[in-house]
Design a protein. Structure first.
Length: 152
């Protein structure tokens, strides 16, 4: 867990507990590296890995196949976009960071909302409800919420 950018109301141990609970719920075995960073850093990562010259809210990087006790991947979360979204949607930034982490973990599990006919959206909604989190990313993007998420 690397907090390059601190998040009000969220500690490293609290995010670690959330990641561990979500990994258990998804039956993801292995460790996950999480980076919470700035818009500037996310823009660089997005440009390097996706060839998109803009900041984004969350990126997932699955690890190469290996032994069971390996790292299963990495997630980068933009604290700046999370703060903007949380403010616009009226919930704490800590909840927004968890929503982004959940979304990233689903991608590490192999879900892809662009191609899976709604399976990722259903799983995200169930887990969001289980963890008592506000409206999820896919629901916002698909217009289920009253406001759409903002990208910097």
């Amino acid at each position: 867990m690397i907090f390059q950018k601190r998040v009000a109301g969220l500690t490293e141990p609290a995010l670690n507990r959330f990641i561990a609970s979500t990994r258990r719920a998804l039956a993801l075995h292995g460790t996950v590296n999480v980076l919470v960073t700035s818009s500037r850093e996310m823009r660089l990562l997005n440009r390097q890995f996706r060839r998109k010259d803009t900041a984004t809210d969350v990126l997932s990087f699955p690890a190469a196949p290996g032994p069971e006790d390996r790292c299963i991947g990495e997630i980068a979360i933009c604290a700046d976009i999370a703060a903007d979204n949380a403010k616009a949607l009226g919930h704490p930034i800590a909840a927004e960071i968890k929503i982004l982490a959940l979304h990233g973990l689903l991608h590490l599990k192999g879900y892809d909302h662009e191609t899976d006919d709604g399976r990722m959206a259903q799983r995200e909604a169930r887990l969001r409800h289980q963890f008592r989190l506000p409206l999820g990313l896919i629901e916002r993007t698909n217009g289920a919420g009253s406001r759409r998420r903002r990208r910097a």
